[in-house]
Ligand binder design. Structure first.
Ligand code: NAP
Length: 327
């Protein structure tokens, strides 16, 4: 079967190699799937370059998020059966940027019937991260103001959708006019183009000087600093990622004098600490899809051959919504 493999670390366009390798056989608790679609995620980019907290041994096939048809099951599999259409995370090192992949039975979920393969493949990491960030970590409530950075991106657009579904007022920050249109189409109440507009002044103006109750920040760097200047009394700033490449060193005296919380989120840890909570979130998110309140925004449906280019554009910050690779 064809599989993109990482033999050395670096940029996706430089190091990914399309190899012909044996179809992986599922071990205990694993599913062997035909990949129907896989979605690009920033953590794939970071893993390929060696800059992620998880470092698979080389060579490996990236693609942490996918939708697959179960073709084979390993010993002890109880949740899925041959023929099922499932979504979820990869079983390292056989990810979704290949014709076949391995998934973990315990961490695989029924693909929502209302979503096609590309949408279903995109429905796990982004929306789960937003769900855990906004509800479990920040306790977002109806009527509060939510500020979302990189709001037209993968996890960002999911946070905008869930914020609106919760009844929050959503302020979206994006980089450039094309992304402004995307954020508006998602239903954001206020959209700030960070390339032309001062974020702090715009958030203060939009909130009558009060600031945002919850901030969802996948960017770090200057976005984090701006957030601390326009966060409300008892606000919660959720640290989701650092696409800017800068990991902020927070001034804790500032958090004290302004009474705000800096809340870390590593969604992947729930797989070991509380796997049932991921299943509950999946059921909740699926119900929201069924009512039409949320839906992954798939902006690109590419072929397996396009993986390096799609991942590189995600790394370069030029994509919107979800980039997918469809069989
Ligand atoms: N904490 C968790 O559990 C968890 C789970 C999943 C993902 N994440 C993290 O969430 C972040 C977003 O992931 P994603 O896959 O959804 O990507 P994405 O948001 O679709 O793409 C990255 C976006 O970041 C913004 N950005 C700002 N400065 C950038 C720069 N210097 N280079 C590239 N992008 C820049 C761009 O949006 P604008 O131009 O609109 O600002 C860009 O579109 C990543 O840091 C990822 O690691 C965290």
């Amino acid at each position: 079967m064809k599989a993109w493999q990482v033999h050395e670390l670096g940029r996706p366009v430089d190091v990914l190699r399309l190899d012909d390798i044996p179809t992986p056989v599922p071990g205990p608790g694993q599913l062997g799937v035909r990949v129907l679609a896989a979605a690009a995620n920033f953590p794939d980019v970071l893993m390929i370059s060696g800059g992620y907290q998880v470092r698979p041994p080389l060579p490996f096939t990236p693609g942490i998020e996918l939708c697959g048809e179960v073709l084979a099951v390993g010993e002890g599999v109880t949740r899925s059966a041959i023929g099922d259409r499932v979504i979820g995370s990869w079983a390292m090192p056989h990810g979704g940027f290949a014709e076949h992949a391995l998934m973990i039975d315990e961490l695989s979920y029924p693909a929502p019937a209302a979503l096609d393969d590309a949408e279903a493949a995109s429905f796990h990491v982004g929306h789960q991260t937003a769900w855990f960030g906004l509800y479990r970590r920040a306790g977002l409530k109806p009527g509060e103001t939510l500020l979302v950075h990189a709001a037209a991106g993968g996890v960002g657009h999911a946070a905008v959708q869930l914020g609106k579904a919760t009844g929050a007022r959503v302020i979206a920050v994006v980089g450039g006019p094309e992304k402004v249109d995307v954020a508006r189409s998602l239903g954001a109440d206020v959209v700030i183009d960070r390339t032309t507009t001062d974020i702090v002044a715009a958030v203060k103006e939009a909130t009558g000087g009060r600031g945002a109750d919850v901030v969802f920040d996948p960017v770090g760097g200057a976005s984090y600093t701006a957030s601390t200047k326009c966060i409300a009394f008892e606000g919660r700033l959720v640290v989701v990622g650092f696409t800017s490449g800068e990991i902020p060193a927070p001034a804790l005296g500032h958090a004290l004098v302004k009474n705000y919380s800096i809340v870390g989120l590593h969604w992947g840890l729930y797989a070991t600490h509380d796997p049932e909570s991921i299943r509950r979130a999946h059921d909740d998110l699926t119900a929201l899809v069924d009512t039409g309140a949320i839906r992954p925004l798939v902006s690109e449906r590419l072929a397996l051959d396009d993986v390096p280019d799609g991942l590189q554009r995600l790394a370069d910050g030029t994509t919107t919504g979800r980039v997918t690779f469809v069989a």
